[in-house]
Design a protein around this ligand. Structure first.
Ligand code: FES
Length: 107
């Protein structure tokens, strides 16, 4: 499906620089990160390994490190460093100080 569904998640400053926060959108948990360079990134919140909350993971070099067992995921591609693991990514941007997430069905 190509239909875009934009969701406003509120002020960008509710996420500290270099951290993430979990939002529930359409019944799905989504981790939104505010990178140190000010850019935003979003992936599904639950780690495919054992459901660790990626929004609480450490950020570095464009990756998030799962807080439970340290598996890493690329924030741009969703690709995991472990074989066969990846997470869904979402487009997200800042507009007038607010977080705009593209929560498109079937993406
Ligand atoms: S739950 Fe994420 S690495 Fe184990």
């Amino acid at each position: 499906m190509d239909k875009k569904t934009f969701v406003n998640l509120g002020r960008v400053d509710q996420i500290a620089l270099g951290h993430g926060r979990c939002f529930v959108v359409g019944g799905e948990e989504i981790a939104v990160f505010r990178l140190r360079d000010g850019k935003l990134a979003a992936v599904e919140n639950r780690c495919p390994h054992r459901q660790g909350p990626l929004s609480e993971g450490l950020l570095g070099s464009g990756k998030v490190v799962c807080p439970l067992h340290g598996h890493k995921f690329d924030l741009a591609s969703g690709e995991g460093m472990e074989k066969g693991e990846c997470v869904r990514t979402f487009e997200v941007r800042e507009q007038d100080g607010e977080i705009i997430l593209d929560f498109s069905a079937g993406g």
